[in-house]
Design a protein around this ligand. Structure first.
Ligand code: GCB
Length: 624
């Protein structure tokens, strides 16, 4: 099939200079060298490897990344002084947050150096990139003593080209990872989760042809067409013929890149296309061929839209039966070690709640998780950590957030599971915050016109007719497709639980609402038969019963993601009896014990699933 209509590339120009380069779509499918495994590590709390003691450049005895063997250099020159020796420093397995390396590193917040050797055999018809799934929070990468690049942001991928510095035979890679965040970072220093400093996702040397498919995006448009966007990278990027194919449904598009190496095309989706949905998460092998490069992916096709107060999946109104989760695996000592097994265990637990949706809070989760959601059939809310007190007045902070958002969207816009991009969580209202978040909303729309935009906001509690009312009047809502609110009446307030159902909700906007959070803490196994009080399983279960009774009465509610699937580490939670460094709002404990509230929510979702399966598509209005 020929591309009947070439469509202009999305309006990404306003993002010029902020887009990742390279993108390396589906980097893990490319050939290369896996650099996971043993690495030497060494702490550097005073950043001695980066600057001299009076400022200026670091001296020779301090530069962890220099291309030499320290013991050898000291043997050759008895006067040489080195105050590090990476190759004789202890060894840890990467990827992995440094809390796994040594018990004393649990609260280490600073610069850590990593180094390892690897063998390579570069070829003239190949380019080489060092690609990191994520390093938290700032990373500086050096290959064979040469600086390859620096990246800020703890949960998005980045890659640096090293074609010219890669050697035949033995290579030395050194990475300085600094977990320290400042008031200008995204997120800022104070959050409600464990930092997990280190290189937490896979590290690979990715090999590509000299000209390759750098960015590839394929999707179903809201008017039933399959559209593809391709950007090539390399000397032969312009005027290059290319071919996009979905063999299982006999779909293909042919085109030729423009002077910038970009091309977009679309054609009607064949009638044989099975749409992706939580009930039937159909994925197709897709391939794009350009010159010597062939890139593969597994992609699902579906549409998501809003009509009045409804969210429409494949044209039908849907209720998002969700749960929030952090990127933290089950176990007594989690380390943000997301293997396919760990991701499957988390998402399978969400499915056993009868959920069809997850909120991946509060930063982009591993690509392993979003791909697993595609496979298992879970809709996804994806967000960047514009959380609490971000420095909205600082233009550099906005640039950091915009880059992060672009990295997240460009990594994951082929994932059918993702339906919502969120630009912030519980940010205090002000003019500068509105400008900052509005820019992020504009960026989402420039990068992806097929998904919905939201943000987790606060509602204003007012009194009406002697009852509390939650009023949604945040001016940001006018920029969003879906409004979302975090609400904790009955937990952070002293409202008796029995009063929660009488709390009414009102909105100034004709838009769907998601309750992006509500929850209460309970220590698994702790009951108090004498009294209903906070931290007991009965309290949490009753909190859920009463809050769910409240949600039943919100006419424009179209989804929820209570807080949270699993107890998670949070250094701000230090009640020694109940919390011990964990936020206990999980419906299951850190080792997966189900609390009583789990069953309450699972039953509620079972009933909601039945109700929405039989309800007919209609316009806006009450559906609860
Ligand atoms: C919130 C935050 C979330 C916290 C949660 C809590 O509103 O968005 O990060 O962990 O409340 O437990 O207080």
């Amino acid at each position: 099939m020929l591309a009947l209509l070439a469509r202009p590339a999305l309006a990404a120009e306003p993002l010029a200079g902020l887009l990742p380069s390279p993108v390396l779509t589906n980097a893990d499918s490319r050939t290369g060298i896996d650099l996971s495994g043993p690495w030497h590590y060494s702490i550097d709390p005073y950043r001695d490897g980066l600057a001299g003691f009076h400022g200026g450049a670091a001296g020779a005895g301090h530069r962890r990344y220099d291309d030499l063997d320290v013991a050898d250099a000291m043997r050759k020159d008895p006067n040489a002084l080195y105050e590090y020796d990476m190759q004789r420093s202890p060894v840890a397995k990467l990827p992995g947050s440094w809390i796994t390396h040594d018990r004393t590193l649990r609260h280490y917040d600073g610069l850590m150096w990593y180094q390892r050797m690897f063998d390579a055999a570069p070829r003239p018809d190949e380019r080489a990139f060092l690609r990191f799934g994520a390093a938290n929070y700032t990373a500086r990468v050096y290959l064979n003593g040469t600086f390859a690049g620096m990246h800020e942001g703890g949960s998005t991928p980045f890659a640096f080209e090293v074609t010219k510095i890669l050697r035949s035979g033995r290579n030395q890679i050194t990475v300085g990872v600094d977990s320290t965040r400042t008031a200008d970072s995204v997120p800022p220093p104070a959050t409600d989760w464990e930092t997990y400093g280190g290189i937490t996702r896979p590290i690979r040397l990715v090999l590509t042809p000299t000209t390759f498919v750098d960015d590839f995006w394929i999707r179903l448009t809201r008017n039933g067409r399959i559209a593809a966007t391709v950007r090539l990278n390399g000397a032969q990027a312009s005027d290059q013929p290319l071919h996009v194919a979905i063999p299982a449904i006999g779909f293909s598009l042919d085109g030729k890149t423009d002077a910038d190496g970009a091309w977009s095309g679309e054609a009607a989706a064949p009638a044989s296309l099975h749409l992706w949905s939580p009930e039937q998460p159909t994925l197709y092998d897709v391939q794009v061929t350009a010159g010597a490069d062939v890139l593969h992916d597994r992609v699902g096709f579906r549409t998501i839209a809003v009509r009045g107060e409804d969210i429409l999946l494949n044209g039908r109104p849907i209720f998002l039966r969700g749960i929030s989760l952090h990127e933290e695996e089950f176990g007594e000592n989690p380390a943000r070690d997301i293997t396919p097994e760990a991701a499957r265990a988390l998402l399978a637990t969400a499915k056993s709640l009868n959920a069809n949706y997850v909120r991946l809070a509060h930063y982009p989760h591993s690509e392993i998780t979003t791909r697993m959601a595609d496979e298992l059939g879970l809709l996804v809310w994806s967000e960047i950590p514009v959380y609490w007190l971000v420095n909205f007045a600082n233009p550099a902070t906005l640039i950091t957030a915009r880059r992060m958002l672009a990295e997240n969207i460009l990594r994951d816009r082929n994932r059918a599971s993702i339906i919502l991009w969120s630009v912030g969580n519980e940010t205090p209202q002000s003019e500068v915050r509105l400008t900052f978040l509005s820019q992020l909303v504009d960026d989402v729309r420039a990068l992806d016109d097929t998904r919905l935009v939201s943000a987790a906001l606060f509602a204003r509690r007012v009194e009406r007719g002697g009852h509390p009312e939650m009023l949604i009047d945040d001016p940001l809502v006018s920029r969003l497709d879906v409004m979302a609110v975090n609400t904790y009446n009955g937990w952070y307030t002293s409202d008796p639980l029995s009063s929660l159902p009488s709390i009414a909700w009102r909105s100034d906007y004709d838009k769907p609402l998601i309750l992006s959070e509500f929850g209460a803490e309970a220590l698994a196994g702790y009951y108090d038969p004498r009294q209903l009080h906070k931290f007991s399983e009965e309290f949490q279960a009753e909190y859920y019963r009463q809050t769910l009774a409240m949600t039943d009465k919100i006419p424009f509610l179209r989804g929820m993601s209570p807080w949270i699937l699993k107890d998670f580490r949070s250094p701000r939670r230090q009640n020694p009896i109940y919390q011990q460094g964990w936020n206990r709002k999980g419906l299951v404990s850190e080792i997966g014990q189900r609390k009583e509230a789990f069953g309450v929510l699972a039953e509620h979702y079972r009933l909601l699933a039945t109700k929405w399966a039989t309800s007919k598509p209609s316009g806006s209005g009450a559906r609860q």
